[in-house]
Design a protein around this ligand. Structure first.
Ligand code: NAD
Length: 265
């Protein structure tokens, strides 16, 4: 089995990486650790936090299968703790993990000159104005005008991303088996003059959101990546046709993760 590793840059994570490598070498199975970006691994091992996993999926893309070891606080995408490395390698040896697939957000960024850039995110797309002034965006759903948003920003999250930035703006938590995207507002202006729905919207996989952008420069965030874009005319978003695959070697129900992350000690 060819394994690629993506690490958070800290001493403890590097220590865990060394321990894992030793245990894989000592195993009765043959594991090959690959570190050439061009080579396709059978499994990508993310060691770090949720951000490390997000980095890994953008590095190795939608054809790979992922598993995470968290070296900080409990992660949403990582199943294994550093003290469980023996169990982890034993589970790898036994093989036959359940493959769980998480939907992505697909978006096309249409520029004023007619060109188009296709992007995807595992957590979310974020649109904000490039400066501190108001973001102004006309929102269309399935080609019909819905509202004109004025405020700090908009988030289009995937189900697995619904517990991240989306949750911080009071969006709903959506189970990752539901193929949907969620549109949430960041600080919308709602008064006698301007009005938005001011609730999060959950859209099914056959629906499309279109944002017509009024600002000359906006900030676009896709998971960890963020950049200022000039002359964006419109952005369309839908549920991605590809999902991110996770190898699950033990049962960790989604609602248990939610409870452990946000409620339990
Ligand atoms: P980071 O280091 O700023 O950490 C953000 C936090 O979000 C971490 O605690 C991380 O564990 C958590 N997180 C990431 N994905 C999650 C998920 N799917 N469910 C629950 N929690 C999750 O940034 P990072 O680690 O590089 O993660 C990038 C993510 O940070 C973005 O995709 C965005 O969702 C999130 N973010 C959140 C806020 C906010 O809550 N106000 C603001 C900006 C970015």
């Amino acid at each position: 089995m060819k394994i690629a590793m993506v690490l958070r840059n800290d001493d403890f994570t590097r220590e865990v990486e060394q321990q894992i490598k030793e245990k894989l070498r000592a195993s009765r199975h043959t594991y090959q650790i690959i570190d050439h970006p061009g080579e396709q691994p059978d499994l990508v091992l993310s060691i770090g936090g949720d951000g490390t996993l997000l980095e890994a999926v953008h590095q190795y893309g939608l054809d790979a299968t992922y598993v995470g070891i968290h070296t900080g606080h409990l992660g949403f995408y990582a199943d294994w703790r550093p003290e469980e490395l023996n169990d982890f390698v034993q589970a790898l040896d036994e093989g036959n993990p359940q493959i769980v697939e998480y939907p992505t957000v697909q978006c096309d960024i249409h520029m004023s000159d007619g060109s188009m850039h296709s992007k995807w995110a595992l957590n979310e797309l974020v649109i904000r104005n490039a400066s501190l002034s108001t973001l102004v965006v006309c929102v269309f759903i399935n080609g019909d005008e819905f509202e004109t948003f004025r405020g700090d920003g908009l988030i289009v999250s995937s189900p697995s991303g619904s517990t991240a930035y989306n949750k911080a703006v009071n969006g709903a938590i959506v189970h990752p088996s539901i193929e949907a995207i969620q549109l949430s507002e960041i600080a919308s202006i709602n008064n006698q003059t301007y009005r938005t729905i001011n609730s999060s919207l959950v859209l099914p996989s056959h629906h499309e959101i279109e944002f017509i952008v009024m600002n000359p420069e906006i900030m676009i965030g896709l998971d960890r990546e963020q950049a200022v874009w000039k002359q964006v005319r419109a952005i369309t978003c839908r549920v991605g046709s590809n999902k991110v695959k996770f190898a699950r070697y033990k049962k960790l129900p989604f609602w248990g993760r939610v409870r452990n992350s946000f409620i339990a000690d």
